[in-house]
Design a protein around this ligand. Structure first.
Ligand code: FES
Ligand SMILES: [Fe+2]
Length: 387
């Protein structure tokens, strides 16, 4: 269920029978929809007055930009008689208009205008909590209708030149997130020589899991000598819940600090969209990595002219590499099952799974949907209280 922003509350029926992501006899599958901030879209593609629809955790939502530029997201079903805003709905000024009877709703979800009528009924569409990070729209989702338990955080630096793409995977968001704490696969599948310097829940921010890796990004991959030598990196990964992986990648040989996000958003119980977003953060003094650079005549001028193109070049290289690495993972994710057994797991993965439990109803990643439905629902309780 979505969390509602106060006022009138709508509750939609949950699916009666749901098959969770790949399960085999004798093993347990993960509850399909952990609570998280989920990435919906690159909002640079959303013009004022434009509305789009999206399937999030098996439910339809719409997101739109009003004529004045305000962004909003809400459940797609009209609170009047249930028409879908995503199929024929329009943005009219600061409202979204339903395609069925033309009722208009503001960004707070409240009915604001009815055609040929002076009054408006007390109807409210379910709105979603939103956040904007690196030009991307995120919404909060919680199966039990609970409010956001944390805010998204990036490193506090300006970011320039964002690149973004998305890949649909047949997997669960936890499988994507767990990848960052699984050192063994970095070395074997992705052919780098990372060492793990840290993998633990952040003691000050319990919703964050931190992993620090250091090494050459490519150790053995063929035909990429240039990148192999230059892309030595220290990578600091911060999972903010299970839908938002933020990595800060210090390419210390070239003086470029790159940031990237890898964000898994479940469309339904079988498919998750992975969105990869990169941007460079800063470029340091070229003199730190080009011997004798500062003694060159005009080195200050050259550096000021070259900073932006060099940083852009390395950001593009990093972006291509991050995408290539995720495609290597995809082949595994597409066909694997989740093993709940901890035997043989690296300590960092065990730590990660323990941390991840907090994002499931009742702290149990292996609940069935029927068991989750038996738990109190904040949205439902609000409806009863207001009856
Ligand atoms: S169903 Fe939306 S206005 Fe009637
Ligand atoms: Fe991976």
């Amino acid at each position: 269920m979505f969390y509602l922003t106060g006022g009138h509350v709508w509750v939609t029926a949950r699916p009666k029978e749901v098959r969770t992501v790949k399960q085999i006899k004798g093993d347990r599958s993960l509850f399909p929809y952990p609570s998280a901030w989920y990435c919906i879209d690159d909002v640079r593609t959303l013009a004022p007055g434009e509305l789009k629809h999206f399937s999030l955790c098996g439910e339809d939502i719409v997101y739109f930009r009003t004529e004045s530029g305000e962004l909003a997201a809400m459940e797609a079903y009209c609170p009047h008689m249930g028409a879908n805003f995503g199929h024929g709905g329009k943005v009219i000024g600061e409202h979204v208009q339903c395609p069925f009877h033309g009722f208009e709703f503001g960004t707070d979800g409240r009915c604001a205008k009815v055609p040929e009528s002076k009054g408006v009924p007390k109807l409210k569409a379910r709105t979603l909590h939103t956040d904007l990070v690196m030009d991307h729209l995120f919404v909060w989702y919680d199966y039990l209708g609970r409010p956001p338990s944390f805010r998204l955080q990036l490193w506090d630096h300006p970011l320039v030149s964002t690149l973004s793409t998305s890949i649909t995977m047949r997997t669960h968001p936890q499988e994507l997130a767990e990848n960052g704490s699984d050192l063994r696969h970095f070395r074997f599948l992705h052919h780098n020589n990372f060492r793990m310097l840290r993998a633990e829940a952040d003691p000050e921010r319990p919703h964050v899991f931190r992993t620090t890796l250091k090494g050459k990004i490519f150790e053995e991959s063929s035909g990429r000598q240039f990148q192999r030598d230059l892309l030595a990196a220290e990578v600091d990964i911060a999972m903010n819940g299970l839908g938002f992986l933020a990595a800060r990648c210090d390419l210390y040989k070239v003086g470029v600090v790159n940031q990237y996000l890898a964000c898994g958003t479940p469309l339904n119980e079988h498919e998750t969209v992975l969105r990869i977003i990169t941007a460079f953060e800063e470029i340091q003094d070229f003199g730190t990595f080009v011997p004798g650079f500062r003694r060159l005549p005009g080195s200050g001028w050259l550096q000021s002219k070259m900073q932006r193109p060099v940083a852009k070049l390395f950001t593009k290289l990093m972006f291509d590499d991050v995408v290539a690495v995720q495609l290597e993972d995809r082949d595994v994710w597409h066909h694997k099952i989740h093993r709940s057994e901890r035997k043989g797991l690296d300590r960092s993965v065990v730590q990660f799974r323990k941390w991840a439990e907090q994002f499931y109803p009742n702290g149990d990643p292996y609940l069935s949907l029927a068991e989750a439905d038996a738990l109190p629902d904040v949205s439902l309780e609000a409806v009863r209280a207001s009856a």
